[in-house]
Design a binder for this molecule. Structure first.
Ligand code: APR
Ligand code: PHB
Length: 388
């Protein structure tokens, strides 16, 4: 089997890259070790930056997002129940779109199939070879058959737990990471969102985020202990905390809890994001804590860079964009890392915090909800810096 670009992983990064390459007339094969049903139903964050929503429309997968996605021209920060709105429209004339990541994945899978594939699910035993030659290979098994896929390039879009990053030879990668001493309990509930916009709530009982998936479906997050088991959070405890951490300015209507799960909080980056003809994109190269929901947007930014670099290589025999891929991505990656870390550390309770830290957090929050310059700075990073 032979293709121009072998793509490992059918998450937002791998599937968006496949579509971009298709539009550029570059062939690719996408392989995924999970089932279609699994990847289409994995619940994750659902915030799409301004430029990323435009990009999805430009590549022909934005139709349902335009119909069903919820457009937000601002967001709220609550400081112990006192709610302040940051108006993206007035500050920047930009918006974010709330649309579940698994819906983006469904749209991309449908598009890939309409494009004629190949998109192979439930592959086994994936490994990569000959990375420093101009014919790198991917070996895997599919439906009981051993396959060797010969490529010009390999895109490692296989997420944090994938095999491509561990395939870099020893001593190449520099790893930068930070763990946070808490997690997020994510909840999906049949409950109308308490406000049209999101509410990021700083509270003495811990951080809470009130977001949504539709006008009748709330997506809610509560700061919880690191590695806490969901069994520690029966429904009554969840509602009690959601009410308490929202404060009195908005009312939350209780409804059936459809799903709950704990997410770990981590910042992680590897440098460089390439070795020979293997290029990492998305979660395989970096993880951000979910405060600000930059994960999927960063994955999209990487594959925009990668598709441009590959286009330059095939159409103009340029090698500079390919060689500069990692450097070009890492600039944005570190910006998003800094922003996600900053939002995380001003909003949460830390086990080793001092009263000084709490006062400092409140001061930061008051500043970003009152100074126009600070609001604008937050807004431009939150809605996503332009890709160029
Ligand atoms: N072979 C093939 N596929 C693999 C392998 C493997 N060995 N290992 C992992 N995968 C698949 C996973 O099953 C997953 O579907 O790679 C895909 C990676 O997708 P994501 O984890 O969604 O990562 P990415 O596409 O980079 O998207 C980043 O996803 O984790 C969220 O919050 C994160 O929003 C961000 C986004
Ligand atoms: C979500 O809607 O899932 C979401 C939104 C904003 C965040 C994190 C998650 O900061």
């Amino acid at each position: 089997m032979r293709t121009q670009v072998g793509i490992i992983g059918a998450g937002p990064a791998g599937l968006a890259l496949a579509r971009m390459l298709h539009l550029q007339g570059i062939s690719s094969v996408v392989i995924e070790n999970r089932s279609r049903d699994y990847i289409e139903n994995r619940i994750r964050a659902g915030l799409i930056e301004h430029w990323a929503a435009d990009m999805l429309t430009d590549i022909g997968v934005g139709e349902r997002m335009k119909r069903e996605g919820l457009v937000h021209w601002g967001t709220n920060f609550a400081i112990n129940g006192d709610i302040h709105r940051i108006d993206f429209k007035a500050l920047l004339n930009k918006r974010i779109t709330i649309y579940g990541q698994q819906e983006v994945v469904k749209d991309l899978v449908e598009r890939r199939i309409a494009d004629g594939g190949p998109l192979l699910f439930e592959v086994d035993g994936v490994s990569v070879h000959d990375l420093t030659t101009d014919r790198p290979k991917i070996q895997f098994a599919h439906e009981g058959q051993a396959i060797e896929l010969e490529c010009d390039f390999i895109a490692g879009c296989d997420g944090y737990h994938g095999i491509t990053r561990p395939s870099f030879p020893d001593g190449i990668l520099n790893v930068y990471e930070r763990d946070y001493p808490f997690g997020w309990l994510g909840i999906l509930a049949e409950s109308p969102p308490p406000d049209h916009d999101l509410i990021y709530s700083y509270n003495d009982d811990g951080f809470a985020l009130y977001t949504m998936r539709s006008p009748t479906l709330a997506r809610l997050y509560l700061q919880c202990d690191h590695d806490e088991h969901v069994d520690a959070w029966p429904d009554a405890r969840i509602w009690e905390n959601l009410h308490k951490r929202l404060g009195g300015a908005r009312k939350l209507q209780e409804g059936k809890i459809l799903q709950k799960g704990v997410t770990a909080m981590r910042s992680f980056v590897v440098e460089p994001m390439q070795y020979g003809r293997l290029f990492l994109a998305g979660d395989s190269a970096h993880i951000v804590p979910p405060t600000g929901a930059k994960g999927m947007n960063l994955a999209f930014a990487d594959v925009v860079m990668l598709s441009r670099a590959l286009d330059g290589f095939y159409k103009k025999q340029r090698t500079d964009l390919i060689e500069g891929y990692s450097k070009a991505c890492l600039k944005r990656v570190w910006n998003a890392q800094r922003f996600s870390w900053w939002m995380t550390q001003i909003m949460h309770r830390f086990p080793d915090e001092t009263p000084f830290d709490r006062r400092r957090q409140i001061s930061d929050l008051r500043y970003i909800t009152s100074s126009e310059a600070a609001m604008k700075s937050l807004a431009e990073q939150y809605v996503g810096l332009p890709i160029d």
